[in-house]
Ligand binder design. Structure first.
Ligand code: DSN
Length: 577
């Protein structure tokens, strides 16, 4: 049936995904199972609701729509945007600002997304915000493909190459696109970094002020990727305004955007010249970004910088998904979700601190926290690093990322791990569950033993955990997921997902061990000279545990290498061991 013209539509390639491409469908099914069977605590990730995903795979993916919607639609009410006879009559008479025809509905979907976004971020939604700005005073661009693009477009709109910008140091929780030397922003502009005060664990606003007066930046970039506190945009605004040549203030609220919408994080709109954010973190939308400003002239420059300055055609399907996500974010349940996200992060931080772990920056008032794993005492004297900690937590069923914290010099082996609560809160976990989860995470982190390993003439810190401790944590996570989370049922085939269970022959378990390092592994792990085995040969070896206790004998048979050149061995062991 593959490649045949469909009788239904007359198109080619109309088969189901798993028929047209079983390989990619299978990989995706495993990813689906992973998302159900692990607790995902990557602070920048969340679950896009099915309606958002449906919009992403809608027919809007088929379009080119370079340009922007007709000017009149961008400030019309939602009811008028949805008045199709009126809109089409208008379009037929005046057309629009796009370079291609066929974009009349793309115009409407983009206008809808812009309209909803302006409503969501109007600071006067919440009385706690000092600035009173209504939706009509906000200009929104919803075309950036992602966060780094949004920030780059703002730089392109407002700066000249070589201009000085002030941004939060990457290792203190800043973002690549805020002036890291590895990013375009760090190559084109003269970057001065500010940091977090070791005394307060908060951004050192006095240092920002002092650096600003010393270097006269054209822009102060605020916002962070791995920093747990609210940001004082008003103070930064004052610093910008106090300079001889008033600096622009950019607020990148990618991480807390959902919290801003729910009134749980300061809203920079109307204080900062420009606000940027991604839409797939706490905002639980599709992978994309948006730019807001209350200044019309800046808005025009930003529109030109996004297109044609930086990007070509917008991803209209993503814009449709943004419209859906912004509708979802208008609901009171969304505000409740954001409140629980923060309460969960705080309960988790408290639990971990009670178990003696060091919470970097002293706590959290947002959706994320950082644990300084280097401070966990180690018998070997080799400090634990975030890379090893995150890898072992992943094996236990908790997915997080290694992260630099203030004072770190290596991004590969930083001192911290970052834990975020959006995804697990969406799955229904509560602050009570955080106490259980915090206990499991602490058990794992405290059970890791480091050891030194020589790598390229340097001592690298490796880590290991006793199998019993790991198994206990895996079982506790699985139990928590089963008992306490909502979401799709466990997909079939899990947990025998990656490899089949061992075969049994005459009371012995047969385990296949294969791969590039299979030979080195078996040689290292057992008493036999596995290197000397030819294909078809077998030996009997002994196996010892960490304390040198004899675990019994194993038979090892070397098989022929497979088509990829990987070694294959069959290991026969006593069942039950
Ligand atoms: N990489 C994202 C994060 O995890 O914070 C930011 O772009």
């Amino acid at each position: 049936m593959q490649g045949q013209v469909s009788e239904r539509t007359g198109f080619l390639f109309e088969e189901a995904w798993s028929d047209v491409d079983p390989e990619s469908a299978r990989i995706t099914a495993f990813e689906e199972a992973r998302q159900v069977n692990k607790l995902i605590m990557i602070a920048s990730e969340s679950v896009a609701p099915p309606a958002v995903r449906a919009a992403l795979s809608s027919v809007f993916t088929d379009l080119y729509a370079e340009g922007y919607p007709a000017a009149h639609t961008t400030h019309e009410s939602e009811a008028l945007i949805g008045d199709i006879p009126y809109q089409i009559a208008y379009h037929e008479r005046y057309s629009d600002r796009r370079y291609y025809k066929g974009t009349e509905f793309a115009d409407l979907i983009e206008a809808l997304a812009q309209n909803r976004l302006r409503q969501l971020f109007a600071p006067n939604r919440y009385s706690r915000n000092a600035v009173q700005i209504g939706p009509d005073e906000i200009q929104a661009n919803v075309q950036p493909w992602s966060g780094a693009n949004a920030n780059t477009a703002v730089y392109l709109a407002l700066l000249q190459p070589g201009d000085t910008i002030l941004g939060l140091n990457l290792s203190h929780g800043g973002h690549l696109s805020h002036g890291s030397p590895a990013n375009l922003s760090g190559k084109i502009y003269n970057v001065i970094s500010y940091g977090v005060s070791p005394e307060t664990g908060r951004i050192d606003y006095d240092q920002v002020e002092q650096l600003a007066h010393e270097h006269n930046p054209r822009m102060i970039v605020s916002g962070a990727s791995a920093y747990p506190w609210d940001i004082d945009f008003a103070r930064l605004r004052k610093i910008c305004d106090s300079l001889p040549r008033r600096a622009y203030l950019l607020a990148d609220v990618s991480h807390p955007a959902g919290l801003v919408v729910a009134g749980l994080f300061s809203n920079p709109v109307g204080i900062a010249d420009v606000t940027t954010f991604t839409t797939h973190k706490t905002l639980i939308g599709p992978r994309a970004a948006a730019i807001l400003t209350t200044n019309e002239s800046i808005a025009r420059r930003i529109d030109r910088a996004v297109f044609p300055g930086l990007q070509g055609g917008p991803h209209v399907n993503t814009i449709a998904a943004l419209a859906v996500a912004f509708k979802i974010a208008q609901q009171t349940e969304f505000d409740e979700l954001q409140k629980t996200i923060v309460a969960n992060a705080q309960a988790l931080a408290e639990t971990l601190a009670r178990r003696g772990l060091t919470i970097a920056y002293g706590g959290t008032e947002t959706h994320l926290l950082l644990v300084d794993v280097r401070t966990i005492p180690q018998k070997s004297g080799v400090p634990l690093n975030g890379d090893v900690a995150a890898r072992i937590l992943d094996l236990a069923g908790v997915v997080c990322n290694k992260n630099t914290i203030a004072g770190d010099t290596s991004a590969n082996f930083p001192s911290g791990i970052r834990l975020g609560t959006p995804w697990i809160t969406q799955r229904g976990l509560t602050p009570d569950d955080m106490r259980t989860l915090g206990g499991i995470i602490a058990d794992v982190l405290l059970a890791i033993e480091t050891y030194p390993h020589i790598e390229r003439n340097e001592v690298a810190a490796r880590g290991k955990i006793a199998p019993e401790a790991l198994k206990q944590a895996q079982a506790a996570i699985a139990d928590l997921i089963r008992r306490r989370t909502v979401g799709p049922p466990e997909p079939a085939g899990w947990p025998e997902k990656y490899c089949p269970p061992p075969e049994q022959i005459e009371g012995r378990k047969l385990i296949e061990i294969a791969g590039r390092r299979a030979r080195a592994f078996l040689d290292e792990a057992t008493s036999g000279n596995v290197w000397a085995l030819d294909a078809g040969q077998a030996i009997s070896v002994s196996l010892f545990d960490g304390a040198g206790r004899d675990l019994g004998t194993l038979g090892i048979l070397r098989r022929s290498a497979d088509e990829f050149g990987m070694d294959h061995f069959v290991v026969a062991s006593d069942a039950g061991r």
